[in-house]
Design a protein around this ligand. Structure first.
Ligand code: ADP
Ligand code: MG
Length: 315
């Protein structure tokens, strides 16, 4: 119960309000002290964030705990707001297919925090899949686990908005977890979509058609992105078949130099064009993937029904 309270209580507040009360901070397992964090190596970098592997070693005997630490690349008030939300969201999620929050680390004075999560040694699916030659049934098992994590996320009324192989982490050969909640938004009860206002770079090749046209993000637009993620898994994240690459090799993209990618992408999708079905996929998987990419969001399956489908497929 105490830990639960501490999780809810903001560790950065505890530290900034009472900088001298080391005693209380020492007993809070979610407070990480900067001086005990020893950098090991950089794990990955996205647009706004950077994730680094550290050894948290308060005893200074080299036996500490490995943790993944996410921080913002640049500090900026507008982004910083979303950053605190990302931390709050991850803090509130408990599921075996979602990366575990461990705590945070504050600069003296309570300034911007680093997010501490569990370290997943095998990296993202994008790092992992090309190196193995996973059989289809194994791929489908990963797909099902992603659906389980997404189903949980949706039950808490969050839309992820950035589901892609690069954001799915691998714990071991039989367990994957969803990570990167940087674009996640809460959808209030009774509403069905979230309209984004910020522009800037977005993972457009994973976006549903209504996201590209009207910036409407919903539970069903996550299902579309899941379809693209499934495509990535079935191509074993082969770079030459990556969604951006496949699109850029289409004649329309090559002719229309200078035109905005999004404009062409919308045109192609409106013509009914979709990513090709990966080679060894069974007919049922092909149908399922295509349903995730229905132009009409209400025709897309939800994650609960996808879980059942995968259960029957890989058993
Ligand atoms: P961004 O918001 O910048 O995209 P991510 O959270 O997606 O940041 O992390 C970027 C990359 O760092 C991931 O694609 C993955 O390769 C690596 N990474 C992130 N979190 C972890 C973790 N907990 N364990 C291992 N690697 C991770
Ligand atoms: Mg990412």
């Amino acid at each position: 119960e105490l830990i639960e309270l501490m999780r809810k209580g903001q560790c950065f507040v505890i530290q900034s309000v009472m900088p001298s009360s080391e005693a209380s901070a020492n007993t809070d397992p979610t407070v990480f002290h900067k001086r005990y964090l020893k950098q090991v190596r950089i794990l990955g970098e996205g647009h706004f964030g950077k994730v680094t592997l550290y050894l948290y070693d308060p005893a200074n005997d080299g036996k500490g705990e490995q943790v993944a630490v996410k921080s913002l690349k640049q500090e900026n008030d507008k982004i910083s707001d979303g950053w605190m939300k990302e931390i709050e969201i991850l803090k509130s999620l408990y599921h075996s297919n979602i990366v575990k929050y461990k705590g945070c680390c504050t600069e003296l004075g309570g300034q911007v925090v680093q997010l501490i999560m569990e370290y997943l040694p095998l990296g993202s699916l994008k790092d992992y899949l090309p190196k193995r030659n996973l059989p289809l049934s194994h791929c489908l098992m990963f797909a099902q686990q992603i659906c389980q994590g997404m189903n949980y996320l949706h039950s808490k009324r969050y839309v992820h908005r950035d589901l892609a192989a690069r954001n799915v982490l691998v714990e071991n050969d039989s367990l994957v977890k969803i990570g990167d909640f940087g674009l996640t938004k809460y959808i209030p009860e009774g509403e069905i979509y979230y309209r984004v206002r910020e522009d800037g770079d977005s993972p457009v090749f994973w976006y549903a058609i209504e996201c590209l046209k009207e910036s409407k993000f919903s539970f069903s637009s996550d299902v579309w992105s899941f379809g693209v993620t499934l495509y990535e898994i079935l191509t074993r994240c082969d770079r030459r078949q990556s969604p951006p690459d496949v699109c850029h090799h289409r004649p329309l993209f090559q002719e229309a130099q200078g035109q905005m990618t999004v404009v062409i992408l919308i045109k192609l999708l409106e013509q009914g064009l979709r990513l090709p079905c990966p080679k060894d996929s069974p007919h049922e998987v092909k149908i399922l993937m295509e349903r995730c990419w229905s132009a009409d969001p209400s025709e897309r399956p939800d994650f609960e029904s996808l879980i059942k489908k995968f259960q029957s497929l890989h058993n």
